[in-house]
Design a protein around this ligand. Structure first.
Ligand code: F6R
Length: 612
């Protein structure tokens, strides 16, 4: 859950490391630090964000052309300067940065204490660096060899980079369960948790696999071995993303930029897959598994957070459009539930980052039991797509804001395409109706463009309710997951408590909360069981709750009852989740801004959750 950057080559390392950390700050931002090797290992670290590190280092000597840097999201030990990475070994001859958790660190630590090692931090990382030093000293082996031996004793997850005073032209890196990408420049190497710090310098990358150790040595070819000491040939790939996708592009925050990108990102998710004029859908990534999916005994969607909400929309889509039964599970529950699952089941794992630890563990469990695993993922080359049998990339582009926005609508787009493709294979929708559904889907980005213009009313609502302590979000059918997602967006970036509920469940409890101070957001398009939702609105009205309703353009009926309405264009019911979630993203954004919150980096959160 931390960010790693490292550099070795002819340039000054410091600016490359700092820029890289800034790009990775979405992964963690409670402390940051770096080491530059130049004679000795010069270490600077501080509590706070990368900007605090820059301030801290301001007047110090940072020259040198090899260095490692880290931005942290605390797991072991509170976020303070001592626990910040990098960490020295006891002799100060080694320095390490680490992302992940060493599960057996306390037994290793006890042994090292026994052998005279002293520890200054509460981290598992300091244990690892001393273990490596201990092996190097006792067994008189190279740094690479000591790392390899140490990693054979370690249980847990790691992405590490190590510098040594004795090998001043080398970085040793290794991974298991936490991502690492190596960028190969003309005469330099870059290393990072994802490709964003690298893309500016080179498009040629190697994704390190689990239990691989890489040696990045000045003026030498990249060397990779696995921890069993087998030499491997690096597989060089070309990056797809562009630099401009990583910039704010004139927006004040990444989150707003990403909200406004949605017409584009949804078009990209559909490109080459939706052929509305021909009335067909082609999903190349899962073509070999379509029959399996069609005849699966059960389809189980596993995911976390916002991706789980996308999965819930998927349940409605698959059942409604394709008549395929679906169960949706929190990956974190599924993995510990001893689920009944076998080779007749298909699991669809959804993840923006492709690194979520719970989702990865759930995939491994389902795989062990023989299920077919399909992935829906945004980050190309990340761990989840590599753990699945086949899958579909969402192509939403890099999502930097910690709160997921465009990734959600892209995931729902892919699930919609999958449901329609299954319906096409089954032939259970008359051709003319099928053609109409595809045309509506193709037109969705245009509807979104139109609805992105209603900024005025959303800002007014945000102003009116910025100081409340609670919000309720209600929806039915396809819009129940939208209510959950709207509530999640608000709570994670504004810190206002918000709950999403199926509107009809309100009378079984939450209705007790309603008084004149409670804003209730209804997702109430003129589709499905509209009249029932109107009744639920009346129930809130009768108790003086404040009603904010997402309605179909021109709905005069709800306008008369609600305090505020946000209009969305008329479309097919199955497309409303994508259309209706966007004003809710904007509402959360504006409330958070008015409350002075950091919308791109909300407290306690990080973009990829690589811990349990
Ligand atoms: C919410 C959010 C999180 C993620 C969750 C899963 O805005 O971003 O709830 O959706 O941590 O992450 P991925 O999709 O990367 O597996």
């Amino acid at each position: 859950m931390c960010g790693i950057v490292a550099y070795i080559g002819p340039r000054e390392a410091y600016p490359i490391l700092i820029k890289g950390l800034q790009r990775l700050e979405y992964r963690g931002y409670d402390s940051a630090g770096l080491v530059i090797a130049n004679g000795g290992l010069n270490m600077y670290k501080t509590k706070g964000k990368v900007s605090d590190l820059v301030e801290y280092v301001k007047d110090q000597k940072t020259s040198g052309s090899i260095g490692i840097a880290h931005t942290r999201w605390a797991t072991h030990g509170e976020p303070n300067q001592t626990n910040a990475h990098p960490h020295y070994s006891q002799s100060r001859k080694l320095a390490i940065i680490h992302n992940g958790i060493i599960e057996n660190y306390s037994s290793l630590k006890e042994e090292l204490i026994h052998r005279g090692y002293e520890f200054h931090s509460d981290t598992d990382t300091e244990v690892l660096v001393n273990l490596i030093e201990d092996i190097q000293t006792n067994e008189k082996v190279s740094l690479e060899e000591a790392v390899r031996i140490a990693l054979n004793q370690v249980i847990g997850a790691y992405a590490i980079a190590i510098l040594s005073v004795d090998s001043p032209d080398t970085i040793v890196a290794a991974r298991k369960g936490s991502p690492l990408v190596i960028g190969i420049g003309k005469d330099d190497y870059f290393l990072a948790s994802d490709a964003t710090p690298i893309i500016e310098y080179t498009k040629n990358v190697v994704y390190l696999e689990d239990e691989e150790v890489a040696v990045l040595k000045r003026n030498e070819e990249l060397k990779i071995r696995n921890i069993k000491n087998k030499e491997l040939t690096p597989y060089i790939q070309e990056l797809e993303w562009n630099l401009h996708e990583l910039e704010k592009g004139g927006y004040e925050h990444f989150m707003m930029k990403e909200i406004y990108e949605q017409p584009r990102s949804i078009r990209d998710s559909m490109r080459g897959r939706l052929h509305a004029q021909e009335g067909t859908i082609s999903l190349g990534g899962i073509i070999d598994y379509e029959q399996k999916l069609l005849h699966a005994r059960r389809v189980i969607i596993i995911a976390c957070g916002t991706s789980w909400h996308a999965g819930l929309v998927g349940e409605y889509l698959f059942e409604d459009i394709a008549r395929v039964t679906v169960e949706v599970e929190y990956a974190s529950e599924f993995r510990y539930r001893n689920p009944i699952i076998d080779e007749d089941d298909v699991v669809i794992a959804i993840s923006q980052s492709g690194e979520t630890a719970d989702t990865l563990a759930a995939i491994e469990l389902a795989k062990q039991r023989g299920a077919t695993i399909l992935g829906i993922c945004n980050v190309v080359g990340s761990s989840i797509p590599r753990a699945t049998h086949a899958g579909i990339y969402t192509h939403a582009g890099p999502e930097i804001g910690v709160a997921s926005t465009k990734a959600f609508t892209a995931q729902v787009t892919i699930l919609t395409l999958m449901a329609l493709r299954l319906a096409e294979l089954k032939g259970n929708i008359p051709k003319s109706r099928f053609m109409h559904l595809l045309a509506e889907l193709e037109n969705l980005p245009n509807h979104i463009e139109k609805s992105l213009n209603n900024r005025g009313i959303i800002q007014e609502i945000a102003k009116r309710f910025q100081d409340v302590s609670n919000f309720l979000y209600l929806g039915r059918g396809y819009n129940f997951p939208v209510a959950l997602e709207g509530a999640l967006k608000l709570k994670e970036i504004s810190y206002i408590h918000a709950e999403g509920y199926p509107a009809a469940e309100m009378k079984h409890g939450p209705i007790a909360l309603i008084d004149e101070n409670m804003p209730v957001v209804f997702i109430a398009p003129k589709k499905g069981i509209y009249e029932k939702v109107v009744s639920n609105i009346q129930e809130v009205k009768a108790r003086n709750g404040k009603i904010i309703a997402i309605v179909t353009e021109g709905d005069e009926h709800i306008k008369k009852i609600a305090d505020y309405v946000i209009e969305i264009p008329e479309t097919e019911e199955f497309l409303i989740p994508m259309l209706a979630s966007i004003p809710l993203q904007k509402l959360a954004y504006h409330v958070a801004i008015l409350r002075g919150c950091n919308v791109d980096q909300p407290r306690n959160l990080a973009k990829s959750v690589t811990v349990e």
